[in-house]
Ligand binder design. Structure first.
Ligand code: 5GP
Ligand code: ZN
Length: 119
């Protein structure tokens, strides 16, 4: 049975298939899909299928699952051809960072020069 938080969460709805997304990779525990408003030529979001609010919560609750997310980040970056030129991985965490979706997600950005991080 799904919790209220799960039912209320946009990315849980993508995991369940209730909301469509352009999937890039799926594993037993993670999902990668294209950001709906890409900020770079390649902009992919990588999430654990299980709901955690942010990367700090996930890392402390389930280190193996956090590792699974990072493994999917690495494989997606490789498949997208981002490794040679480089890419950026961002976990916005909480209000000050502007986290808008409260289901932990890695932004994987690349495919063009990205400039300084805070430009
Ligand atoms: P945050 O600001 O929480 O780190 O990033 C949330 C990201 O989710 C944003 O880059 C935004 O474009 C993306 N996003 C929001 N709604 C949807 C959606 O319905 N589908 C997809 N694929 N991405 C979304
Ligand atoms: Zn969720």
């Amino acid at each position: 049975t799904m919790s209220f938080v799960t039912m209320d969460c946009l990315f849980c709805r993508i995991v369940s298939g209730e909301i469509p997304a352009t999937l890039v990779r799926e594993t037993d525990t993670t999902l990668a899909f294209r950001d709906i408003m890409p900020k770079a030529v390649s902009h992919i979001l990588v999430i654990p299928k299980e709901h955690y609010a942010d990367v700090a919560t996930l890392a402390q609750a389930d280190a193996k699952l956090a590792s699974d997310v990072l493994e999917t980040v690495a494989i997606v970056a490789e498949h997208e051809g981002l490794v040679a030129d480089g890419f950026r991985v961002i976990f916005n965490t909480g209000e000050y960072a502007g986290q808008e979706v409260s289901h932990v997600h890695a932004h994987v950005l690349g495919g063009e020069p990205l400039g300084p991080m805070l430009a």
